[in-house]
Design a protein around this ligand. Structure first.
Ligand code: ATP
Length: 306
């Protein structure tokens, strides 16, 4: 029988994104509070023909075509890189595989789309090596350590839920799950924004401050969640893309408890108390030509699907 393994993994929003001063290695340390969203990538893995390598097919019906077309299907795709790393970890050659990625997370929207695919791939290949080669499965912690070297957001996509991410965001401290459902509207800009440029402007603005202690947070409602949402990069993002300032105000005027640039942007994430209102506003924005998606959180980390 042909092995067929299905997995899924979540998108993320940064509820808190604190950024420190640039270090000697050129990176900025971060102190982030991540929430996983039920906007999930689905990955199906099947054994490929001998010698065929890894073939990747990407599709989706909820995103504009340009998002699907922007996903590389060669060895620069993150799923290929983690597959190679996991095979090498076991001292194996990268297997011949056929991958199908059902994409729901906007590409280059600061929502960890590629990292989510990579997390889904790690879980799928972990299962594949177990079924095909009888190799003991790695734990989530072990997969996270392997993934961290290839993408800072991969560990969080493996754990999901609510978590603190430090260093470059890859050192994860899991927090108890939120006990309520939060409603999110995500406005995806049609214009890209270079992440290095945003960090450079952040350096110029010189807005550094001490990191907060996020470990003892108690969040019991969407209102409490809204009150703690912050993003140190937002002023830098606004100065590079002034139109986002107007979008943030518009979302709050339309009833969002809080609207905020997600990570380095350009996605703007808005939190709503009511799911109905959130969906109404998404419809309104879409009718005005602004691409908006809705989702809920929390969501589980990368997992096997039936
Ligand atoms: P993050 O939030 O982790 O910073 P992002 O969500 O902003 O990332 P991605 O959607 O991961 O951005 O894509 C960034 C770039 O990575 C894409 O433009 C694409 O060239 C490349 N890439 C590699 N693998 C993938 C993948 N599986 N899905 C999407 N993009 C990928």
């Amino acid at each position: 029988m042909t092995t067929l393994i299905r997995t899924s993994a979540p998108a993320k929003v940064n509820l808190v994104f604190e950024v420190g001063a640039i270090q000697a290695d050129g990176y900025h340390p971060v102190n982030s509070l991540f929430l996983a969203l039920n906007l999930r990538e689905e990955l199906t893995l099947a054994a490929g023909d001998t010698g065929s390598g890894i073939s990747i097919y990407v599709h989706g019906d909820t995103l504009p075509d340009r998002h699907i077309q922007a996903v590389p299907t060669d060895d620069t795709n993150l799923v290929y890189k983690v597959a190679h790393a996991l095979a090498a970890h076991h001292g194996l050659a990268t297997p011949d595989l056929q991958l199908d990625i059902h994409k729901r997370i906007p590409v280059a929207g600061g929502m960890a789309g590629g990292s989510s695919d990579a997390a889904a791939m790690l879980v799928a290949l972990n299962e594949f090596f177990f079924q095909e080669n009888g190799i003991s499965k790695l734990s989530t912690d072990e997969l996270a350590r392997l993934g961290a070297s290839l993408g800072s957001d991969i560990p969080f996509c493996l754990y999901g839920g609510l978590a603190i991410g430090t260093n470059r965001g890859e050192q994860i401290q899991e927090l108890p799950d939120l006990q309520f459902e939060s409603n999110w509207l995500l406005c995806i800009s049609s214009q890209g924004l270079s992440t290095p440029l945003v960090f450079h402007r952040f350096d110029e603005l010189d807005l550094f401050h001490e990191f907060s202690d996020l470990s003892a947070l108690q969040i019991n409602s969407s209102e409490e969640l809204a009150n703690l949402m912050t993003n140190d990069l937002e002023p830098a993002t606004f100065s590079l893309m002034p139109a986002l300032t107007g979008l943030k105000s518009k979302l709050e005027e339309l009833g969002a408890l809080k609207a905020m640039v997600s990570g380095s942007g350009p996605t703007v994430a808005a939190l709503f108390e009511s799911r109905g209102r959130c969906e109404d506003v998404a419809r309104l924005l879409n009718s005005e030509g602004i691409f908006a998606l809705t989702s809920t959180g929390p969501s589980a980390g990368a997992r096997l699907e039936a």
